[in-house]
Ligand binder design. Sequence first.
Ligand code: FAD
Length: 422
Amino acid sequence: MKEINANEFEQEVLKGEKVVLDFYSSECPPCEALAPKFEGLAKLYGNNLKFLKIFRQQNRELADKLGVKSSPTLLFFDNGAEVGNRLTGGIKRSDIIHNLDSMLPENKVKEIKDQIKPSVSECDVIILGAGPGGLTAGLYLCQAKINTVLVDIALPGGQVATTHEVSNYPGFIEPQAGYMLSHNMSEQTKMCGTVYKVAVDITKVDLEKKEIVIDEFETLKAKRIIIATGTSPNATGAVGERELKGKGISYCATCDAKYYGDKEVVVIGGGNSAIEESDFIAKFASKVTIVHQFDKFTANKKAQEKIFANPKIATVFQHEPRLFRRDGDKMITELEDLRTKERKTIVSDGVFIFIGMKPNIDLFKDKLQLDQWGYVKTNEDMQTSIPGVYAVGDVISKKYRQITTAVADGTIAAIAIAKELD
Ligand SMILES: Cc1cc2nc3c(=O)[nH]c(=O)nc-3n(C[C@H](O)[C@H](O)[C@H](O)COP(=O)(O)OP(=O)(O)OC[C@H]3O[C@@H](n4cnc5c(N)ncnc54)[C@H](O)[C@@H]3O)c2cc1C
């Protein structure tokens, strides 16, 4: 694996060979999540493909020329031409493998796959998800000398890692940068001795057997499982949204707002996240237009006051996006007026979507009792409907989803498990 700059692009990428190129940024949690996968795959595929990294912030001109709009972005080249699908955002190991395999002859792919040896290991507790809920459970279990493995599809930290500032977590007089708060939580749990398996693909979860398979070949067995997988942003469902994710549409202001210096941005949403993140985006962008489906925002009043006092921020109420498309460098957002059904378009440089969240339970939802909104039901010890399986944090059915409540859930589950296993 090698780091290159824009001057070396032609020599290293365009002069033949099979190449995978990672455009990454600093302060970008999805880039950090990708790094260990990229490194692992470089070891596995490195004899057959060239693995290159390029720092996007210092090579902006090249990134713009190649149409790279978001970090991280993986580009694949064969014999000087770009091939396959670009990968952006929270990139899965399996998606990279799919692209790499398609660039190699079948016998080479088989040869590489044959090098991977399946493994099975055992522990007391598997925690799925390393946000505040999972990290706190990990800390308490570790301090109770319970052998615990913390598994996450991304890097530790959860949503806090991508939150600009946290001002309501007790113990800090000044607001804390989200990534620092989550970093400290993670380091505390890691230093205690909890085993981390992060930035992995979860291939299979069997809650009844208490077994999970990660990255296809690694089986972990446990006596208890804690589900702490949190929530993910909802999509609008408008035409073009999926295709333009990472190519003009973003769900993470901390990751991407810095690329909209003196540019115009559209924000979809009107709750706390949309309003707080619009305020943050407006520190970079020349204009932010917030589009909301209702006739007023649902965010807290203090955040709203800031928005209304900011001359860079405009609002469009009672409209919903129906279509996103690119026109050269510009993003076209087609809006429907919910009162008249008339359509209008807004031209901008980028779109951010903050319209609520859904629980991350796709891998195991069939087995668990859920509430009417799809969140996991638990009792007061955080036990789910499956014996030995606990759930904590934003993924569970509850009224208030905050860092403090996730941390409290994690504490309760860990103490309950420690008593059971004692
Ligand atoms: C923009 C924004 C701002 C916020 N600001 C605040 C604030 O100021 N104060 C506050 O108290 N709260 C705030 N919150 C809410 C707070 O971040 C959450 O309540 C809290 O992070 C929930 O913690 P959690 O551990 O349940 O889940 P999360 O933090 O969501 O962590 C879940 C983890 O699970 C991982 N995961 C997902 N699927 C899987 C899987 N299948 N297998 C393994 N791992 C998986 C994810 O990668 C993630 O690391 C904010 C939320 C957002 C979105």
